[in-house]
Design a protein around this ligand. Structure first.
Ligand SMILES: Nc1ncnc2c1ncn2[C@@H]1O[C@H](COP(=O)(O)OP(=O)(O)OP(=O)(O)O)[C@@H](O)[C@H]1O
Length: 340
């Protein structure tokens, strides 16, 4: 993992127009992804993960979206680019992998041609060079008989195989950054693990930076170098993956960790905070946004204007409510996570 910044997101606010007002789904997010680094963005549904990713890729509908802040990719200010210039970067320098491989692929085009198409747009290769590279890519993403799959249509492939094709397209131009938004959510559990293993291997080979968006902390522990935990549009905790798993501080992070299925005792399951992320129009915009989900905590434990504070080197937490936080059936200071 290098320390050269690849993507620098500064004070990003992404707001959507709902009726006549704009509501921020991403609210003042600052985050850096270094070269060859995997940064996971985690949080429940509706916390703003996809809104953040789509902002980086410039894929929000312009007429209903307002984006403020700065997104710097390799020294290029992405927010200042028009679609034509963004298209030159998307798919070439930034690869994308979305949740649903079927909707990411063209149902009417053979798999081989789809991979070649992305290369045609960005690379100057002869038809035979493109075909050779496509077959190599199919092999690289674990397709057993590349020559056959080259000629197949997406509907002839399983979900896992389709996601492998999407990954082949994402890496076709050897991007320095991949944005993977819930890359395995739509797949069977056994296939999920295979796809994550593939992504992990490719990341090591290609030394690509990855923004990995997921609500699955199991996936995070396998793959991420650093983790940003988002709640209600804000980052509430950010640290390296070891710290997040061994010394989580924000109540929301502690609760998410206890919601990981497998190997959790019944007691841990109790320590999962009830409720959901409020819809955009009902998000609290002042104070600690998590306050309403932990009503048993004394009001004066929360800060009036919580900001992300670096409480130890490279470990950031928002709001002082983490300090004396406990789950309802716990004593203050009692840990609910495995620190072995
Ligand atoms: N284009 C849009 N117009 C209006 N509201 C939107 C739009 N896109 C997202 N939202 C809202 O913004 C909030 C954040 O959504 P987002 O999709 O980023 O969440 P998420 O954390 O990625 O969740 P999921 O895992 O379900 O995709 C949600 O309340 C969502 O309803």
């Amino acid at each position: 993992m290098g320390n050269t910044p690849l993507l620098q997101i500064r004070n990003l606010c992404t707001s959507f127009r709902i009726q006549e007002h704009y509501h921020a789904a991403v609210d003042d997010v600052t985050l850096t992804i270094n070269e060859n680094e995997v940064v996971a963005i985690v949080g429940e549904s509706g916390c703003g993960k996809s809104a953040l990713a789509l902002s980086v890729m410039g894929l929000h509908p312009k007429e209903r979206t307002k984006i403020d802040g700065k997104i710097d990719f390799n020294g290029i200010d992405l927010l200042s680019l028009n679609d034509q210039k963004l298209n030159k970067i998307r798919g070439k320098d930034i690869g994308m992998i979305f949740q649903d491989p079927l909707s990411a692929l063209n149902p009417l085009m053979r798999v081989g041609k789809q991979i070649e198409e992305s290369m045609s747009y960005h690379l100057k290769l002869s038809p035979s060079q493109k075909k050779k590279r496509t077959l190599d890519l199919l092999k690289q993403v674990g397709i057993p008989v590349p020559e056959r799959t080259y000629m197949q249509f997406p509907h002839e492939l399983s979900g896992g195989m389709r996601q492998r094709i999407v990954i082949a397209i994402a890496i076709a131009c050897e991007p320095s950054l991949i944005i993977a938004d819930e890359p395995t959510t739509a797949l069977d559990v056994t296939i999920q693990a295979q796809i994550m293993d593939l992504l992990k291997d490719l990341q090591k080979q290609l030394k690509t930076g990855i923004v990995l968006i997921t609500h699955d902390l199991g996936v995070v522990s396998e793959m991420a170098d650093r983790v940003a935990v988002m709640y209600a549009g804000e980052i509430v905790e950010m640290a390296d993956v070891y710290t997040i798993f061994h010394n989580p501080l924000h109540p929301y992070t502690r609760s998410l960790l206890n919601s990981i299925p497998s190997s959790k005792s019944d007691a841990d399951r109790l320590h999962v905070i009830e409720g959901i992320v409020p819809p955009l129009t009902k998000l609290p915009r002042t104070g600690c946004r998590f306050k309403s989900r932990i009503p048993w905590i004394n009001q004066n434990e929360h800060e009036e204007n919580p900001v992300l504070q670096e409480i130890e080197p490279n470990h950031y937490v928002r709001c002082s409510c983490y300090k004396n936080f406990h789950f309802p059936d716990q004593k203050v200071g009692e840990q609910n996570y495995d620190i072995s």
